[in-house]
Design a protein around this ligand. Structure first.
Ligand SMILES: NC(=O)c1ccc[n+]([C@@H]2O[C@H](COP(=O)([O-])OP(=O)(O)OC[C@H]3O[C@@H](n4cnc5c(N)ncnc54)[C@H](O)[C@@H]3O)[C@@H](O)[C@H]2O)c1
Ligand SMILES: N[C@H](CO)Cc1c[nH]c[nH+]1
Ligand SMILES: [Zn+2]
Length: 426
């Protein structure tokens, strides 16, 4: 890894918009086909793109049972424990409806309501992460969403990975469907004979999935369109270089476009981390991916002070930030922009990916400046509640009517004045 004194933030801001016109047209065709032909389109497109002719779209209870048998019992227990931790964390996020009254008897409030139904997309292939199943489903469940369904593309034998099925079952989804790509997004948005449409679709996927989500937005709500993973580590000379290198590589192995960045005040540490990264890379099974990510999007930035380091971190707004300094908690107050903040030497990033309980679906590509991790609020909506008292309408009707007339809206004015007339007639 190169050690630099100047920072090119631009290299971290990778665009997710690498779609071509042809891909967009193909996605639009797929969505139309699903809208018009329903299940028949799903069977046909799954044959075409996933190479398997399915008999059933829905995963059967027997398939779920078989998944438990295929998995090591110890791993099932680990998934259960992770699910418990994730639930415990997200329960803390739950907000209550609130109401208050004014002295004139008016009652006002905000009612919080869970969405009726949600679809969670789980990518296929090597990115079919059981942990992402837990992260997508649990906040919806905690929010109180009644119907949560999961979609994921099948393999050539028409199967989904055992880990995905176990995680889905443990987190309490209502149904699992073996469909992927734009056709899965279309089915969730428009509904088919077998799959009822949902109100919101969440979860990452390839370009076809991302484009399809963008296309159906408005018919349904969607979550963020996530870019490749990122990690930034802020460290002083007290940090352990082997830990830092390992954590940088943990995100580099996700994608050749993952960004792994160290910001440090210590030149000695910078040199040690660069050496460690090279050393640890040699034995990684996903070495090729990680090597490309480190080469193209990895960097070590030397800064004069921790204050300069924090300014730089706030500018990068990384998906994950690890703070490995002598007193990490003292810096927390100054960190404004980061999706998840890991404090101290024991809080290795994968702790958050799998087990601590916080959500690993996080804002990427600098969007941590204005967005948050996937959370319970993403699966609720709010309604305002207004109950004006008789005294309040009598006292305020004239003011409201005057305001309406300022906007040239006579019917608005007369609607509230009607209450005054009715009172005079009594
Ligand atoms: N940001 C994150 O947190 C995160 C996590 C996991 C995975 N991912 C992303 O998920 C993606 C996984 O990709 P994947 O492809 O393995 O699985 P996927 O499930 O995203 O896509 C597979 C589907 O793509 C469709 N498809 C493939 N080729 C097509 C074509 N030519 N025309 C139309 N549709 C086509 C097929 O329907 C197939 O079912 C990667 O891009 C990865 O970066 C991101
Ligand atoms: N670090 C990824 C999100 O940035 C999530 C993940 C899933 N599995 C392992 N890691
Ligand atoms: Zn990860």
């Amino acid at each position: 890894m190169k050690i630099e004194r100047a920072v090119d933030i631009k290299t971290l801001k990778r665009s997710i918009d690498q779609d071509s016109e042809a891909q967009l047209l193909s996605v639009q065709d797929i969505l139309n086909q699903v809208k018009e032909q329903g299940d028949a389109a799903l069977f046909e497109l799954t044959g075409k793109f996933d190479g398997v002719m399915l008999e059933e779209l829905r995963v059967s209870p027997e398939e779920i049972q078989q998944a438990y048998q295929e998995m090591d019992d110890e791993l099932v227990e680990i998934i259960k424990e992770a699910a418990k931790n994730i639930e415990e964390y997200h329960v803390q996020q739950k907000k209550q409806s609130w109401f208050f009254t004014r002295p004139d008897g008016t009652m006002l409030g905000q009612k919080i309501i869970p969405l009726d139904s949600v679809g969670v997309y789980v990518p296929g292939g090597t990115a079919a992460y059981p942990s992402s199943v837990l992260m997508g489903v649990t906040p919806a469940k905690v929010a109180g969403v009644e119907r949560i369904v999961l979609v994921s593309p099948p393999d050539k034998n028409g199967k989904l990975p055992a880990g995905v099925l176990v995680a889905a079952n443990e987190s309490g989804v209502a149904a699992i469907f073996k469909i992927g790509g734009a056709q899965a997004i279309g089915a969730l948005a428009y509904g088919t004979e077998t799959i009822k449409s949902v109100d919101k679709i969440v979860g990452p996927g390839n370009l076809y999935v991302a484009l399809a989500k963008r296309e159906v937005f408005g018919t349904v709500d969607i979550d963020m369109i996530a870019g490749p993973s990122e990690i930034a580590v802020l460290a002083d000379g007290t940090a352990n270089p082997a830990y830092i290198a390992a954590d940088l590589l943990s995100q580099a192995e996700h994608d050749p476009r993952s960004a792994s960045v160290l910001v440090t005040t210590s030149e000695a540490l910078a040199e040690q981390v660069a050496k460690e990264v090279d050393k640890q890379l040699q034995t990684l099974p996903r070495r090729e991916i990680a090597e490309r990510a480190i080469r193209d999007y990895g960097a070590i930035y030397l800064v004069e002070s921790l204050k300069d380091g924090i300014d730089l971190i706030n500018e990068i707004a990384p998906e994950h930030l690890e703070v490995m300094t002598q007193n990490p908690t003292e810096l927390l107050g100054q960190i404004k922009h980061a999706g998840a903040i890991f404090l101290g030497p024991n809080s290795s990033e994968p702790v958050g990916d799998y087990f601590a309980g916080s959500n690993h679906v996080l804002p990427t590509s600098g969007t941590a400046r204005f967005s948050s991790p996937l959370n319970v609020d993403d699966f609720t909506k709010k309604s305002s509640v207004i109950m004006y008292s008789e005294r309040a309408i009598q006292d305020n009707a004239k003011k409201i009517a005057a305001f309406a007339r300022l906007e040239g809206l006579e019917a608005h004015a007369r609607a509230v004045e009607k209450r005054l007339e009715e009172k005079e007639d009594e």
